[in-house]
Design a protein around this ligand. Structure first.
Ligand code: PGA
Length: 259
């Protein structure tokens, strides 16, 4: 169902994949097929090492660039980290923050993720804040509590002035890279709850404009029914974003639904 307040958004999370040469090949095939369309917001999030290369190729197209992480400070003695200024100098529009892999493998807390979300917004980069439960948390009936904690703590202190630049991605951890997808009804239930939380913080009018993406084994075969849900505004795509055929197809499905 097309929602006139929210354009569909398809974002590719390439994770720790693609050498610079492979990244160049992939982005060229994406740009040549869907680089001109304007019905759907499209972004790719390559590893830091390929941001510059990809940035030059997407220049003057409608494909936007995102990073997969960011440190909240502007500069300084933070060996190995990348700042919002550095991302902006490469024309990054988005940054993925709080991905479950960073929460699980790099011990990122809600408080640290919140610092990054606020820093991104203050520095003109739009955060894609990832939230979602593990299978143990779902089985214990804690899905809504976990998602509420991720959303409320992740967005603490964000003012209404910045809220429209937010993107939320609901990514059930058990669906990421596993081939298991949440049913459209399961996903919609959580997306609806997320929009209610956004409405509590920012008011209904702003909450109605914030895009909430679904992530977790989304692919051309299951995208259509997920995108049909009223509160699912697009996808954060991992595996299916590594091949231009499947990524472009996902964008085409979203374009058709926008018509
Ligand atoms: P997946 O990854 O599509 O491979 O499940 C999604 C993500 O982790 O963002």
């Amino acid at each position: 169902m097309e929602n006139t307040l929210r354009k569909y958004f398809i974002a590719g999370n390439w994770k720790m994949n693609k050498s610079t040469t492979d990244a160049e090949d992939l982005i060229k095939s994406i740009v040549s097929e869907i680089g001109k369309q304007i019905d759907v917001t499209v972004a790719v999030c390559p590893p830091f090492t390929s941001l510059d290369t990809v940035s030059r190729i997407v220049e003057n197209t409608n494909v936007l660039l995102g990073a997969q992480n960011m440190y909240p400070e502007i500069n300084g003695a933070f060996t190995g980290e990348i700042s919002p200024d550095m991302l902006r100098s490469l024309f990054c529009t988005y940054v993925i923050l709080g991905h479950s892999e960073r929460r699980a493998y790099f011990n990122e807390t809600d408080e640290f993720i919140n610092l990054k979300v606020r820093s991104a917004l203050e520095n003109n980069i739009k955060p894609i804040l990832c939230v979602g439960e593990t299978i143990e948390e779902r089985d214990a009936g804690n899905t809504m509590n976990i998602v509420e904690r991720h959303v409320v703590k992740g967005l603490a202190g964000v003012s209404n002035d910045f809220a429209e630049n937010l993107v939320i991605a609901y990514e059930p951890v058990w669906a990421i890279g596993t081939g298991k997808t949440a049913t459209p009804e399961m996903a919609q239930e959580v997306h609806h709850q997320i929009r209610r939380l956004l409405s509590n913080q920012f008011g209904e009018a702003i909450a109605a404009k914030i895009r909430i993406l679904y992530g977790g084994s989304m692919k051309p075969a299951n995208a259509s029914e997920l995108l049909d849900q009223p509160d699912i505004d697009g996808g954060l795509i991992g595996g299916a974003a590594l091949e231009s055929i499947s990524f472009n197809k996902l964008v085409e499905i979203a374009i058709q639904k926008s018509a």
